[in-house]
Ligand binder design. Structure first.
Ligand SMILES: Nc1nc2c([nH]c(=O)n2[C@H]2C[C@H](O)[C@@H](COP(=O)(O)OP(=O)(O)OP(=O)(O)O)O2)c(=O)[nH]1
Length: 135
């Protein structure tokens, strides 16, 4: 049976742009673009997992809408990824590259210029038809 992998991702908004992160080489989905975040650990809520991942991998803190923006499920060769995304607003810090290759701030209409991880594509489509405002 394939693994179930529960993942949280952050749609971080600043000046009506969204933070897009390119995965590093030598790991699953290398070089594809994603919403920053990661796997939910045991005894952690999704919100806690996301705040932890953002502190660890981008050195930022965010305020977030604690209501799911989107949920997608995608079958990769290594397992099923269940991806829950949340809208977040940058509160402090500038994103630092600790494991990503690069980051870009793009408007919803510009998101298509990147090659996204397959699980993210329905969420990217949804963002293109969503009014993203300020906090
Ligand atoms: N973080 C993140 N992962 C995503 C997205 N879309 C998508 O398919 N994934 C996949 C890639 C990975 O297989 C899995 C998340 O694992 P990860 O490697 O980013 O998370 P992690 O830091 O907790 O894991 P690890 O490397 O420590 O094992 O979900 C996304 O938008 N954001």
């Amino acid at each position: 049976m394939k693994k179930e992998i529960d993942v949280v991702g952050a749609i971080i908004i600043k000046d009506k742009k969204i933070l897009c992160c390119q995965r590093g080489p030598g790991r699953a989905l290398a070089n594809l673009w994603e919403f920053p975040g990661g796997k939910i650990e045991e005894n952690e809520t999704k919100v806690q997992a996301l705040k932890r991942e953002l502190r660890e991998e981008l050195k930022i803190t965010v305020s977030m809408v604690e209501e799911t923006f989107d949920f997608t499920r995608y079958e990769y060769d290594f397992g099923f990824v269940n991806l829950t995304t949340f809208i977040c607003y940058l509160e402090s810090g500038e994103p630092q590259l600790t494991e990503h290759l690069q980051v870009k701030w793009l408007s919803p209409q510009e998101l298509d210029s990147l090659e996204w991880a397959p699980a993210d594509i329905p969420t990217v489509e949804k963002l293109k038809v969503t009014e993203i405002g300020e906090e």
